[in-house]
Design a protein around this ligand. Structure first.
Ligand code: NAD
Length: 511
């Protein structure tokens, strides 16, 4: 495949890099990732060993000594060059992401653009690592806060955004003066290796020491858990499912390390009686089927007012009938495959649960077979009418299943249904009634990290802080002031007088 060649993804590959250098394999244990597009095993990558993990950590520790002392705008300059370099490789990277994850090519290219935008964002931020200054209660004293680099940041990423999530974390961590060890999902190692090679070019051109940007691809025990348990990694930024995020949080907090958690969502859109369906329907369809329902912000629940329920469902059916499912690299297709056969199994189980729990499949519900679907990972996008108390609705099934729920009262009822799940990532309301939208955004409104009006749940601009509440984990990996999460905060008091007044009026007389 042309894009593999353009990204230098040719054998022999290595799974461990500390920047420019790639380490020789220490094992014959090979990772052979599976493309859900055509079912082929397109790469062979020797997995990292625990010995290699230890070596990477030692290199990262040394690099931190150098990197933390480089002025932040100069670190920003390195990130600027990374963004420029990623721009040059946008096309092959977009193709590779599409091929590895199964997301449509346009979404693959969009993900590369997000990484580029995050680099630009981080470059600007590199000149704005500001603390606040306040007034001291004591005469001739100065009181302020400042931020310092934290150390090694462990970045563990999910399969569904193999480039962007790394970018959110690493570009911010880098301008903050941290060094990063990245463990990507073993389902999508090609994108990680390709990006590391691109970053390696920047490291070479700037003669940077090894250990600032590190990649290690290995299994959960030898690499994943070692990172979680490692006291030399003060911060683990973990993006993944609620179940594995809980494990990560437990292990890291046992050693009183810090985490940024970006976990699963169960996002809803409320369609109020006054909604403008011309914009609501495309937002729902894109939110529900984009990335084959495998975004953390995917629309999973639609809470529709009774008065327009039938109209909305009819329009959705018509829209779903017009969707093309197939090879995501072919731009006529709107929907590609699920990531793997396990996900197909989960999709099937959810479809069975819907009917077992008194729900009704209104559209779809089938796995696709035939010459265009040979990998076995293509499924129909599905619409299912369910009751709010249906148990399967509480779960984040990572597939294009949209649950249709009715409400008949005021917007408060819809908000209660929306908030009635364990996760709290993204939410939205379609309404032209200002009272409803303001209620939705008020303290008694949506309990999610992201609340939108007249725009869907899926995706987010990089400027705003991204993340969710409740079981979604509470982390904010990127946007706004999330850079503070990658630094250590220090409160400073300077006495420039010749007296020693104590705080709170305490008098400590030694005479
Ligand atoms: P996953 O939890 O299976 O894996 C995520 C990452 O964690 C992978 O790199 C995996 O190898 C690693 N991991 C798993 N168990 C581990 C352990 N014991 N020790 C160390 N590492 C471990 O998730 P996935 O299937 O790759 O991704 C889908 C999930 O991620 C969904 O739930 C989705 O909502 C969530 N997600 C959330 C966000 C967000 O910003 N909130 C973004 C993307 C994905």
């Amino acid at each position: 495949m042309k894009f593999l060649k353009e990204l230098s993804l040719e054998s022999p590959l290595s799974s461990v890099s500390t920047g420019k250098d790639w380490k020789t394999a220490k094992t014959t244990n090979l990772l052979k990732p599976f493309s859900p597009v055509d079912g082929s095993h397109y790469l062979e990558i020797p997995l990292a060993t625990s010995e290699q993990y230890t070596e990477v950590v030692a290199t990262a520790k040394d690099a931190f000594i150098y990197w933390r002392s480089l002025p932040a705008p100069r670190r920003g300059e390195i990130v600027r060059q990374i963004g420029e370099k990623v721009r040059l490789y946008k096309q092959p990277l977009g193709h590779l992401i599409s091929y590895e994850t199964g997301k449509p090519l346009q979404e693959g290219l969009g993900e590369v653009q997000e990484m580029i935008d995050v680099c630009d964002f981080a470059v600007g931020q590199s000149r704005m690592l500001y603390g606040m200054t306040t007034v001291s209660e004591r005469p001739q004293h100065k009181l302020y806060e400042q931020y310092h680099p934290l150390g090694i940041v462990g970045v563990i990423t999910a399969f569904n955004f193999p480039l962007a999530v790394y970018g959110w974390n690493t570009m911010l961590a880098a301008i903050c003066g941290d060094v990063v060890i990245w463990k990507p999902s073993s389902k999508v190692p090609g994108t990680a290796i390709a990006l590391q090679k691109i970053i390696g070019e920047v490291c070479l051109e700037n003669n940077l020491p090894e250990g600032i940007f590190n990649l290690i691809i290995g299994n959960r025990d030898e690499v994943g858990n070692s990172m979680l348990e490692d006291t030399s990694i003060p911060l683990i930024s973990f993006t993944g499912s609620v179940a594995s995020g809980k494990h990560a949080a437990e292990v890291v907090s046992r050693r009183l390390g810090r985490t940024i958690l970006e976990l699963g969502g169960n996002n809803a859109i409320i369609i109020a009686p006054s909604a403008d369906l011309k914009i609501a329907i495309p937002a729902v369809v894109f939110g529900a089927v984009g990335t084959t329902g495998q975004r953390c912000t995917t629309t999973r629940r639609l809470i529709i007012h009774d008065s327009i329920y039938d109209t909305v469902v009819k329009k959705l059916r018509t829209a779903y009938e017009s969707l093309n499912i197939g090879n995501p690299l072919n731009e006529i297709n709107h929907i590609g495959p699920l990531i793997d056969l396990q996900s197909v199994h989960d999709y099937r189980e959810a479809v069975e649960a819907i009917t077992a729990q008194d729900g009704e499949i209104i559209y779809g519900g089938n796995v696709l077979f035939g010459p265009n679907y040979e990998s076995g990972c293509y499924v129909e996008p599905t619409l299912a009418a369910v009751q709010p108390n249906c148990l399967i609705v509480q779960e984040e099934t990572f597939a294009p299943i949209l649950y249709l729920l009715r409400y008949s009262g005021s917007v408060d009822e819809a908000i209660a249904i929306q908030n009635g799940v364990r996760q709290g990532l993204s939410s939205s309301i379609f309404t032209t009634d200002m009272r409803e939208s303001e209620m939705f955004l008020s303290t008694v409104g949506s309990d999610c990290g992201i609340a939108n009006v007249n725009i869907g749940t899926s995706g987010a601009e990089i400027g705003g802080a991204f993340g969710g509440e409740k079981e979604t984990g509470g982390g904010r990996e990127s946007g706004s002031d999330s850079w503070k999460g990658y630094m250590r905060r220090q409160t400073v008091t300077v006495n420039y007088g010749s007296e020693l007044p104590l705080a709170q009026g305490i008098n400590f007389d030694l005479s």
